[in-house]
Design a protein. Structure first.
Length: 415
């Protein structure tokens, strides 16, 4: 286990430093990506919805908001209404998740994200045991303790950033614990590699993780890797064959959750009435975070590929066509929600598509709910104070969240 040791020998300070370096790479990616420069694409999406539910477009235009003339374009159907989006996501017979082969598949390898039908269900049935509500609630105390400590430290330190210092590390450390990675693991390094922010030309990271995965006894009982290792299923495999799944779990268990936590803190801290309502009635917490997910879902797109000729909202599509489901647009469809652009925790609850729907409904939805609920509980438990909020608000086109969220008490006001 020579290569694996280098991933497992970090001190607590080194782990924190490693997490900080990973977040710096995330910020650099956000700043450099052409798809992230549009601060608020919702007006564009609303205009598209007013015209029709489905648009013929290109992947490049969907990503950037503009036609790129210096590159070859990829035709795509852009689905922007709630009804049409829900129809596509629920129908795995007609719309296959193999569309991710050319995107996430190129980064993490072939994972359950790209699978359909029985193959996909084989993976989900095993992973569900490690991510169902009861199992996730067993981690509740650790999640709250981490949130409390990081919030207190960040609010007490000049220049602390609630995104970098709370949202990102809480999401990453929590999913790492569920996966089964032991304390001392350089999880920031693993995450950056898992999502493709760093390269692995010598395959050292892949080989190190392969060594660990080849040792079932190294994984805590009930952890996600332990469950997969004991599945004894040809569809799942074992050892290094689990590597794409681990990379995907690190990615999807960190990326959307940290962004949704960041936006949730923005929504609460930028509107004093929301925090006051939470203090008066903690039972409204689910309404607050569900509305926040609807209002600003952290991941804008879901991809599918047509398995046959079909029709959606009157638009004919051909076998093999790429389909982009715009979750952010669907979640602000005025045909389903009145004043859909408004964050309103008091509105009547209607399920959104922030966590998807159908066969690929978000596997981590219970974890996301516990993280959000505990965050709101911690924010509400802080003594009332007057603050200055330094933030860019939710920004980005493909990945959306507040990227800077610095909170400091005003002169003469404590926490």
């Amino acid at each position: 286990m020579t290569l694996a040791v280098s991933l497992l020998d970090a001190s607590p300070a080194d782990v924190e430093r490693d997490i900080g370096e990973a977040y710096a790479l995330v910020r650099a990616f956000d700043s450099d990506g052409a798809w992230s420069k549009d601060a608020d694409p919702h007006a564009e999406f609303a205009a598209l919805r007013r015209r029709r539910p489905v648009h013929g477009s290109t992947w490049e235009r969907v990503l950037t908001g503009a036609d790129l003339t210096d590159t070859a374009s990829t035709p795509v159907w852009h689905v922007v209404s709630f009804a049409a989006a829900e129809r596509v996501l629920r129908d795995e017979d007609t719309f296959s998740s193999s569309a991710y082969d050319d995107s996430m598949g190129r980064v993490v390898g072939r994972s359950f994200l790209q699978m359909d039908h029985e193959e996909h269900r084989s993976w989900r049935n095993v992973l569900h045991a490690g991510m169902n509500r009861q199992t996730v609630l067993a981690h509740r105390a650790q999640i709250r303790s981490s949130l409390a400590a990081r919030l207190a430290d960040t609010l007490a330190r000049p220049g602390g950033d609630l995104v970098a210092d709370v949202a990102f590390p809480v999401a990453l450390t929590t999913i790492a614990r569920l996966i089964g990675l032991p304390p001392g693991t350089r999880i920031g390094t693993l995450y950056a590699w898992a999502v493709g922010l760093t390269e692995d030309p010598g395959h050292r990271m892949a080989d190190a993780m392969g060594e660990l995965l080849a040792m079932p006894s190294a994984w805590p009982p009930g952890s996600l890797v332990d469950l997969l290792s004991r599945a004894d299923s040809p569809a799942i495999g074992s050892g290094p064959q689990l590597l794409p799944a681990v990379r995907l779990l690190l990615s999807t268990g960190t990326e959307p959750p940290f962004r949704s936590l960041a936006t949730l803190m923005y929504a609460v801290l930028s509107d004093r009435t929301v925090l006051e309502s939470l203090r008066a009635d903690p039972s409204i917490a689910p309404a607050v975070f569900h509305e926040c997910w609807r209002w600003e879902c952290p991941l804008t797109w879901a991809l599918r590929r047509c398995t046959t000729d079909t029709e959606v909202a009157g638009q004919s599509m051909g076998r093999g066509d790429l389909v982009c489901v715009n979750l952010a647009s669907a979640n602000r469809d005025e045909a389903r929600w009145s004043h859909a652009d408004r964050f309103d925790a008091r509105r009547e609850y209607l399920p959104s598509l922030a966590l998807g729907t159908g066969p690929h409904l978000c596997l981590g939805r219970h974890l996301a709910a516990v993280e959000a609920h505990e965050l709101l509980s911690e924010l509400a438990s802080l003594a009332p104070f007057r603050w200055t909020l330094d933030t860019d608000g939710p920004v980005g086109r493909g990945f959306r969240s507040a990227r800077r969220l610095r909170v400091s008490s005003r002169p003469g006001q404590g926490l």
